[in-house]
Structures are given as structure tokens and as C-alpha cells.
Design a protein around this ligand. Structure first.
Ligand code: ADP
Length: 294
């Protein structure tokens, strides 16, 4: 992930609500937008996403509970990663793309023209499939990069923050004696926890995870799942996974997507994970979670 410079300041005039404001519980809810319980509730309203003329995601409406883990599951190519990128406005960074519908964080539309996409990405962080520590940076610098870019210069503040984030990412004990070593010198599982530490350093409300364990061995996978269980006390987590056992183990809610004849991904059903896996309402879901297709 690269940290884009914050050149997109709010337009002149009355400053608009920002997700940063949301995090502090101020700002005006979008008209008609129900405020979710607690901070970090995400609501998708008829979200569609396009790559040029191809519609990859079709009219998905979904409420994501705050401070819970929601798994997005479905066959490859049904638009899970695309949907995830729409949720933090990363989709629009790909040329020729656009999104329709509304994405609300705590009732505020993150696509409101007064909301800065840079702030959105800080408030809705992302962890990618392949661990991607900044290659030229030490472990410490990887975690503090966002805060330094935001202008923090105090050494003690930065050091305190680095320790706090590494502790919260369950990595501190393993790296506390080698903070100056490159982030890339760590094992794959450690690198992924470093990326999680980096993501939480900007104090997001929501963390998006795009198949965060697919490059990891079973032990490292389990560590990330345990970490998610801990992090959800503070953050809303949305995870894309192709691993059914992982979705069943690690998530509270599950949304099942599949593709239509037009290859656009749509939502089949969503609900508590236990129900989606043991007693889904739709035959398509039943077939997918029992491994009959996908
Ligand atoms: P999933 O995560 O469920 O595997 P994706 O969101 O990656 O699905 O892809 C959904 C659809 O969008 C697929 O048909 C894929 O080929 C297409 N797609 C994804 N990324 C791009 C891109 N950068 N340009 C064009 N099409 C894309």
C-alpha cells in the first residue's frame, strides 16, 4: 500500500463531514441513512462496480455490523475483491473504473464529494493477500510511516505508537529486539501481522482483509485468525476468503456472493455465519457451502 499525499483537501466553504469526524462521533448522517449501532458500522446500498463497461458487482445492499468479523465468500471472479475495494474507495484508483450506489460509514456516505478519499482510506484500512511491507523501511518505520506522513515528529509519540500497534498485532514480543531490521526480513506470517500493525496505526474504524492468509502456512493462518478475534473488539473487520473453514471459524457474519449470467457478482444471502453454514435459506448457498460448486 502506498500512502497518497493528502492533496484533496475539502472544497472551499463549509467543510464536509469526513470519516475522521465519524471516528470521533461527529458529522451529519446522510439523509435517510440509519446510523448503525456503535462506531464502524458499514452499510452498502445498491452498490455496483464497473471496469469500463463491464459490471463486476451488481446492486449489492448489505449491512455490516460494527466490531464484528464479516466474511465475503463466493466463487472466484464473483467480485469479492472489487467490492472490498469499493468500500475504501480504492476501486476508483484503477483507470476506467467507477462505482454506483452508496457506501455509508456510521451513516455518512464515503462517496460524498466533500469527503476526502485519503481520509476514507485511513479510516477504512486494508490488508492485502500478499504481505507487502514497504521494502526500503525497517519494522519500526513500516508501522510509523502513516503517522510520520501525517506530520507527527515527536520521537516518543512515534515510539509509543509503534510499540502499541505491534502489541495489538501480536508481534511485539517477536520483533522488539530488531525494530531496525527491514520489514521484509520477517517470515510471511510476521510480515502480514506487520501489515496489520501498519493498518491499525492510522486508527481506522474498519479493516478490510483481502484473503490475508492465502500465502501463509496453517500455523501463521491460525495466528491471524486469533488476531482477528482480538481486533474485532476495537475494529470492524471485513474479510474476503476462499477458505470455507476459515469463514466458518473466524467470522461472525457471512455474505455469500455469486455470479449471474452477465458475470456480474450479486449477493445471494447474508446472515450470522452459523446460520449461513448450517441452515441457509437459499439452495445456491447450500450448494456452495457444502462444496457442490465454486
Ligand atoms: P473475486 O475477488 O471474487 O475473485 P474480483 O473482484 O477479483 O473477484 O473480480 C471480479 C470481476 O472483475 C472478474 O470478472 C475480474 O476478471 C474482473 N476484474 C477484476 N479486476 C479487474 C481489473 N483491474 N480490470 C478489469 N477487470 C477486472
Amino acid at each position: 500500500m502506498t500512502f497518497a499525499p493528502e492533496t484533496d483537501s475539502a472544497p472551499v466553504g463549509r467543510p464536509g463531514p469526513t470519516p475522521g469526524d465519524l471516528a470521533r462521533g461527529i458529522g451529519t448522517p446522510a439523509t435517510g441513512g440509519a446510523r448503525a449501532d456503535g462506531v464502524g458500522g458499514v452499510e452498502l446500498v445498491e452498490v455496483s462496480a464497473y471496469y469500463r463497461t463491464f459490471r463486476a458487482v451488481r446492486e449489492i445492499s448489505l449491512r455490516i455490523r460494527p466490531r464484528a468479523v464479516t466474511a465475503l465468500i463466493g466463487p472466484s471472479g464473483c467480485g469479492k475483491s472489487t467490492l472490498l475495494r469499493v468500500i475504501n474507495r480504492m476501486h476508483e484508483t484503477i483507470p476506467g473504473t467507477r462505482a454506483e450506489g452508496a457506501v455509508r460509514l456510521d451513516g455518512i456516505d464515503i462517496y460524498d464529494p466533500r469527503v476526502s478519499p485519503v481520509r476514507v482510506r485511513r479510516t477504512i484500512g486494508m490488508v492485502f493477500q500478499k504481505p507487502n511491507p514497504f521494502p526500503a523501511m525497517s519494522i519500526r518505520e513500516n508501522v510509523s510511516a502513516g503517522l510520520r506522513l501525517a506530520g507527527e515528529r515527536s520521537r516518543s509519540v512515534l515510539e509509543g505508537m509503534v510499540e502499541d500497534c505491534l502489541r495489538r498485532a501480536a508481534l511485539w514480543d517477536e520483533v522488539k529486539d530488531k525494530l531496525k531490521q527491514p520489514g521484509t526480513s520477517l517470515s510471511g506470517g510476521q510480515q502480514q501481522r506487520l501489515c496489520i500493525a501498519r493498518a491499525i496505526a492510522t486508527e481506522p474504524e474498519v479493516i478490510l482483509m483481502d484473503e490475508p492468509c492465502s500465502a501463509l502456512d496453517p500455523r501463521a493462518t491460525l495466528q491471524i485468525e486469533e488476531l482477528m478475534a482480538d481486533l474485532k473488539r476495537r475494529f470492524t473487520i471485513i474479510i474476503v476468503t476462499h477458505n470455507m473453514q476459515q469463514a466458518a471459524r473466524a467470522s461472525d457474519d457471512t455474505a455469500f456472493l455469486t455470479m449471474g449470467d452477465d458475470r456480474a457478482g450479486y449477493l445471494v444471502e447474508s446472515g450470522p455465519t452459523a446460520q449461513i453454514f448450517s441452515n441457509p435459506t437459499r439452495q445456491l448457498t447450500e450448494d456452495y457451502v457444502s462444496g457442490r460448486f465454486g
